[in-house]
Design a protein around this ligand. Sequence first.
Ligand code: ARG
Length: 478
Amino acid sequence: MKSSPPPGDASRGDGAGQRHKLWGGRFKAGPAAALTAVNRSIEVDFRLWPYDIWGSQGWAEALASAGVLTAEESSTIRIGLEGVAKRFEAGELPIDSDEDVHTMIDRLLHEEIGDVASKLHTGRSRNDQVATATRLWIIGSIDSIETELRALQAVMLRHAESLTDAVMPAYTHLQRAQPVSAAHWMLSHFWPLQRDYDRIMFASIAASSLPLGSGAIAGSAYRVPREELRERLGFLRLSDNSIDAVGDRDFIADMLYAISMLGMHLSRLAEDMILFGSSEFGFLRFGDAFTTGSSMMPQKRNPDVMEIARGFGARSLGALTTLLATLKGLPSGYNKDLQDDKRILFDAVDGVLLVLPAVAGALAECAFQVDVMERAVSSGMMATDLADYLVGKGVSFRDAHGAVGSLVRAAEEAECELDELPPERFKGAHAMFGADAREWLDARASIARRDVAGGTGPNAVRKQIEAARAVLEEKPEP
Ligand code: ARG
């Protein structure tokens, strides 16, 4: 009987060029085209190459320490991997038989240094390899996200600095509630981003646990010095359990959680901006560089960036739920479902890196219409202040609330503002109302009274601006 070489044999020609595989010896027949297509992840994981090479260089050194490779073999492999990195930098592209980035690097290493390359995969599996590279990739992506996040916070701070004297309505239930300094509103979007910053930092710390040395599931059979490897690769900790280490994607969930929280905050900022930028509100005008026109309606100026940011909130949440749904049903150890973790992760990180600078740009060129904002503050919004006035005269807040409520109703019936009611109506609502009551219907006075830490009063906002500045300058908060 004529026997053909197994599909895993690198010497086998299959008409589509030389096939280089990391497995295949136990198979008689080759894989179906549909298996190859569905199994292939190189389009997604290609970008892991710098981290996989870095991890492989560490592994080559660890194998020498374990006595598996001679110092010379280890050095040949590491230098070979440098050559592979140079080829990637020069634009090397995958070929059809490259199942994933690990296979591609292995193929290129063979091309660089020949057979000694085959020794690198000793005691290692793609299971601990991919987890290592993905962790390194996350750690490597943190800087750019943080830089973009900080840039957006800086735009917010600049606006806040110029809006300290601007007065605008604050809304609850999207109904006019109380007047605030516009700087206070702007900074209400700054602090959520600060929490996101901390969450992203946490995600990078969570990623910093080294799985390499876990092998496929049971740990490496060679005495590799994992502690040295950890130090060389720059991880903070070693994984504690090889079964856990190869199937653990908590660190990706942590990152996706941080990104989806950021996505949610960007979405809420975007929603405020879209509303306030509408003709109905008119609180701000968008600029030319970050808005779009309509192909039909010549007058249109659309805040697409903000809408895309709002859409990204949904997409990032989808990424987190997709990963968690994938993880919840998995038996322990590595399962191929996990291959899609990177598609989800990369999409979320790419998305946030596109959205953040666009939102920062769109916000930076917004012109706030302080007169329009101030005109939107009606005296009814100081109803709480009026109740506080009565409290100052010894009335209980409950009674004061009721008395002011009756004034609000009277104004509504008379179709006028609270401050347009005749003085006798005030006296009628409560005997303790004096001639000075109307002064409590002034928006700026209302704002000034709220000078509690974290409030909208001028000193509180000034301190808030200082605290925000300190955050951006990486100084401890005053
Ligand atoms: N491309 C694979 C992934 O991303 C690498 C790990 C493959 N492991 C395996 N046993 N087939 O998950």
